[in-house]
Design a protein around this ligand. Sequence first.
Ligand SMILES: [Zn+2]
Length: 251
Amino acid sequence: MNMPARPQDTSPKALPAALPGGMTRIVDLSYAINDKLVAWPGDERVFEAKPNATLEKDGYFTRSFWMLEHYGTHLDAPVHFPPGKTTVDRISAEKLLGPAVVIDVQAESAKDADYRLTVERIARWEKQHGTIPAHAIVLLRTGWSSRWPDAAKYRDQDVAGKMHFPGFSLEAAKLLIERGVNGLGCDTLSIDYGASADFPVHHAVLGADLYQLENLANLNSLPEKGAYLIVAPIKLEGGSGGPVRVFALLP
Ligand SMILES: [Zn+2]
């Protein structure tokens, strides 16, 4: 036979066909990790990578790295704040997948850097899109990612060092816990708003055995409803959290 070999299909169009349930696109919601990301104030040593094997010496390339568990796009495991107990490696895989609920508060946040998501705003989302389903992962889109990775703008500290960026209110978090969601996420340094001194949302959410995603990227690419999330944190035994890769599948 003289038939030419069938060329391998390497076109990008080959990918969507492999996605489940009518999903056609993937968006990566994680920032790449390096030593120049916006750290929590007071965290000095954040990330280091060193060559371990080099092409010149060893014929192959590997590195070693060191980093904080809570740096860049990361997941807070329940054990991060009391009364939470679960470490990052013990979060069940089932809880790491779920429909994305995106609550857009960019207008509110532009007017007030200390804005906290209200129960009324959630009611408005539910009026438009239906009750937030159990197992959803609720993402707060504040617009703060447009300031990334400018630490001064992203932290927005006043002369006393207090930070100013939006977040969830305790009341809103309690309502979402009642709805049975898997976790909460945001495009800022913390689920609690920047000026918080006692982190009530951390205590409530992690205490309810949910996880939190912080410093998420590309939330602007997501619809308010209809995306599906794959949350893939490092499986670090005993970890309080760690770097996380978050993928959104879009219809
Ligand atoms: Zn954290």
